[in-house]
Design a protein around this ligand. Structure first.
Ligand code: BDR
Ligand code: CA
Length: 312
């Protein structure tokens, strides 16, 4: 039995590999790839999703463009992390995978309505599309098995000292989604920073001897340069595939149930996820929160996906 899944993303280097993992693994039935403004503007994240699908031979999954700005305020992008294209590093040819005519939110709704069982949503960009879906179709909550998010942190942030990028870009969307009653899991920086793309992983991609493996190596080499420059990391963290891997195999990440609140007002902390791991606030737990990554299993899944797609 494979899990029907919608991947909502803003490619993005790590989003690109999340797309590959979701498309390749038989435990997942990837129904749609939806894009949102985040790492770059919507036109660029959407072009990048189509570029990745074209290169990886993912031709049977609709790609639709969604919201081009957060629910309120002005879009902030992460060109300093992902480059001007949003996917700097390798040279991509023009995409042949088409863009769906539907808006991403309409595609999400249709997939949910047409599904014979509830569908999982994995969201690895700002939560604007998901919040918009729930505003327009609150009844869709019952059609969503669970929402697995790459976002937030139990400790510090990255875009600002206390806010992780995906939540920072649209905290109102994150707060609305959290209040919807959906079963939610957050895989934040505290867990995704355990997925460092060390040189041996890059060597594994390159050693596959496929065009896809080479492009993944080039993407990760660019990503490594920005993480070294901006945060002095020894290797870049592969955030987004952690959320997909968790859907494929629960044992990849150990989670706890905890109360989570989104800071939407803080003068210096807007977009922070306040995770009360020790029950200090007396709040009811409302989410699962990833804590520990089982690295070997994660990398087995991730490199296996690139190997599989590269040879197809
Ligand atoms: C998240 O922000 C983006 O830069 C990445 O694609 C990831 O989804 C990490 O904070
Ligand atoms: Ca992302």
């Amino acid at each position: 039995m494979s899990t029907p899944l919608i991947l909502d993303c803003d490619p993005g280097h790590d989003d690109a590999l999340a797309i590959m993992l979701a498309a390749a693994h038989p435990a997942v039935d990837l129904k749609a790839i939806t894009t949102v403004a985040g790492n770059q503007t919507l036109d660029k994240t959407t072009l990048n999703a189509r570029r990745v699908c074209t290169l990886a031979g993912i031709t049977d999954v609709p790609v639709a463009a969604g919201c081009d700005r957060p629910l309120s305020g002005v879009l902030e992008i992460a060109a300093d992390v992902h480059g001007e294209s949003g996917l700097d590093g390798p040279v991509f040819g023009p995409p042949t995978v088409p863009l769906a005519e539907e808006h991403a939110v309409d595609l999400m709704h249709r997939v949910l309505v047409e599904g014979s069982e509830p569908t999982t949503i994995v969201a690895v960009g700002p939560l604007t599309n998901v919040a918009t879906l729930l505003r327009r179709h609150p009844e869709d909550v019952s059609r969503i098995r669970e929402l697995v998010v790459m976002g937030g942190s139990t400790s510090r942030g990255n875009h600002t000292p206390y806010a992780e990028f995906n939540i920072y870009v649209d905290p109102e969307a994150a707060a609305e989604v959290l209040a919807s009653g959906l079963p939610i899991t957050f895989h934040g920086l505290n867990v995704t920073h355990q997925a460092l793309v060390t040189p041996d992983v890059v060597a594994r991609f390159r050693g596959m001897g496929t065009q896809l493996g080479e492009v993944c190596a080039e993407l990760m080499t660019f990503f490594a340069s920005t993480y070294r420059r901006l945060w002095d990391f020894p290797a870049p963290p592969l955030h987004d595939p952690v959320a997909v891997a968790y859907v494929i195999d629960r044992s990849v990440v150990d989670c706890v149930r905890a109360p989570v609140r989104i800071e939407v007002e803080g003068a210096h902390t807007r977009g922070a996820t306040v995770v009360d791991l020790h029950g200090r606030m007396g709040w009811a737990p409302n989410a699962d929160v990833g804590l520990t990554l089982h690295r070997d299993r994660f990398w087995e899944l991730m490199t296996g996906a690139v190997e599989h797609l590269g040879r197809a």
